[in-house]
Design a protein around this ligand. Structure first.
Ligand SMILES: NC(=O)c1ccc[n+]([C@@H]2O[C@H](COP(=O)([O-])OP(=O)(O)OC[C@H]3O[C@@H](n4cnc5c(N)ncnc54)[C@H](OP(=O)(O)O)[C@@H]3O)[C@@H](O)[C@H]2O)c1
Length: 256
């Protein structure tokens, strides 16, 4: 199919990338992994339960469609650098399969309603939220950094949140983890710039996944859909280094 007279020819399909996607079992990460696979990228999916994902009908179909472009590897975001389910093992297995890594999409994350006046015993949850939402992406980025730098055109896309830019209500633990994650993104942008690594902090408000299941303030169909974010990620990955936005904010409600 060619463009109509007077219209620009569509751009060539972008080169396939080798992309690590954390939290690829469901929600936003799953939608991103499926979209990138369908577009011809090589996807290394980090999940807590690889056998469970492989047993799912939809995932099994994906594995059959693209067995040479999909790796499903165990990944626990709170695991230490060198733990069997930690970031190093996942990064090494991916590099062994495809010879390198040129993009990282951080989607693994947890929500928490723990507030400033946390109840006795809730301090542990604050630590867990910070560990998964902040230290998880930190450890994984650190493990993948030399390979991202070696690619010369690496990308890091991180599911931060609007909660990394403003705090609604009393979500102290979640908001603190996401503000800190945005700071980490800024540092990664600074450190990676000279090696061609470009970083984008994706900041949606409500997205229609299990994480937003308890939200009643807005109908689910009025929320941002995970497939729409996947389309945005696909576009962001295709942009040249000089055109990559650092921040990508997505509102499903006016916040003026
Ligand atoms: N949904 C929203 O409204 C919204 C808005 C803004 C930002 N975000 C952010 O977007 C990201 C994805 O959220 P989502 O809406 O897709 O949530 P979701 O549907 O609840 O999925 C969360 C994903 O994170 C994984 N995960 C959780 N804890 C993990 C751990 N300790 N180690 C490894 N993986 C872990 C889950 O794996 P399992 O299947 O193993 O549990 C799942 O794949 C999160 O960082 C979230 O904060 C979400």
């Amino acid at each position: 199919m060619s463009a109509s007279p007077g219209q620009p020819e569509p751009a060539d399909a972008p080169s396939p990338r080798t992309v690590l996607v954390s939290g690829a079992s469901r929600g936003i990460g799953r939608a991103i992994a499926e979209r990138l696979l369908a577009e011809g990228h090589r996807v290394s999916a980090g999940v807590r339960d690889p056998a469970g994902l492989q047993a799912e009908t939809g995932a099994a179909a994906l594995c059959r469609q693209a067995p040479d472009r999909l790796l499903i590897h165990p990944y626990e975001a709170s695991a230490g650098d060198a733990a069997p389910r930690g970031p190093r093992a996942w990064v090494e297995a991916t590099a062994e399969r495809w010879g390198g890594i040129d993009a990282l999409v951080h989607c693994a994350g947890v929500f928490s309603r723990v507030g400033l006046q946390y109840a006795d015993g809730e301090e542990e949850e604050i630590g867990r939220v910070l560990d998964v939402n902040l230290m998880g992406p930190w450890r994984l980025s650190r493990a993948a950094w030399p390979l991202l730098a070696a690619s010369g055109d690496g990308r890091v896309l991180t599911l931060v949140s609007m909660s990394g830019k403003r705090v609604k209500g009393r979500l102290a633990a979640y908001g603190a983890s996401k503000f800190a994650l945005l700071a980490l993104c800024q540092t990664m942008r600074n450190e990676g710039w000279d090696n061609g690594i470009r970083v984008t902090a994706i900041c949606p408000s409500w997205v229609n996944t299990a994480m937003a299941a308890a939200v009643t303030a807005i109908p689910r169909q009025a929320m941002t859909q995970p497939q729409d974010l996947a389309a945005s990620v696909s576009h962001l990955l295709a942009l040249p280094a000089a055109a990559v936005p650092f921040e990508f904010s997505v509102n499903c409600q006016l916040e003026a």
